[in-house]
Design a protein around this ligand. Sequence first.
Ligand code: HPA
Length: 270
Amino acid sequence: MLAQINETVEYIQSLKVDKPQVGIILGTGLGGLVNEIDIQHEIPYEDIPNFPVSTVESHSGKLIFGKMGNKNVVAMQGRFHYYEGYDMKQITFPVRVMKQLGIEFLLISNAAGALNLGYKKASLMLITDHINLLPDNPLRGKNEDELGPRFPDMSEAYDVKLNDTIRAIAKEMNITLHEGVYVAVSGPNLETKAEYKFLKKIGADAVGMSTVPEVIVANHMNLPCCAISVLTDECDPLHLEPVELSEILKAAALAEPFLTAIYKELVNRI
Ligand code: HPA
């Protein structure tokens, strides 16, 4: 894996990109932050050696380098999901690469279902902790000691300082920001009523199909990270209605400008 990371980093650096300070992963329907980047380079995933290629239609699959506020950033427009068939090492490979390129912080967004029924569709939730129900782990197998320890600590998986800054920004901007626990499932199907009941019971406030692998790998490399969910549907097991992807994207689009405003300001302050 180290050789692959180096090869990919060398390719990207050969394009003369400025060293990024912040990495951003944009979730389903949440690409609007890209409009805030003064773009220097856009690299389609298929051009990047060792990168998997995104397959979901609502993801465009590009690595975007540029300036946002006072920082150099790299943004992933489109991420890789387990349900697409990638393995955990492929899913998290871009995080390894971004770290090696120089990022000091990782900002993540995703679309998720609201299990906490106090949290409404099209609102935001700051992830303060997670539960991993994905059937594999990106750190399984031989540990690369150069990247991080065999048994990484996860007691503060989401950076406390980043989260405090996010809370302050949301307050200043008058943006409702819920907080809670995100549970990752493999998908691609949405959950049954019984599964939503179970996920609520085990302590989750939101459910989605991403983010946790990237957060595990960021913690492995001691890379401070944070994540915000856009809640796209309400998972009430007693009144469950069918959800369409178009509705998820509609709710994501409604909340996306608030997420963008928070992350834009966060990048300036870190
Ligand atoms: N479940 C899982 N993933 C999701 C959901 C959901 O209800 N909504 C958006 N992503």
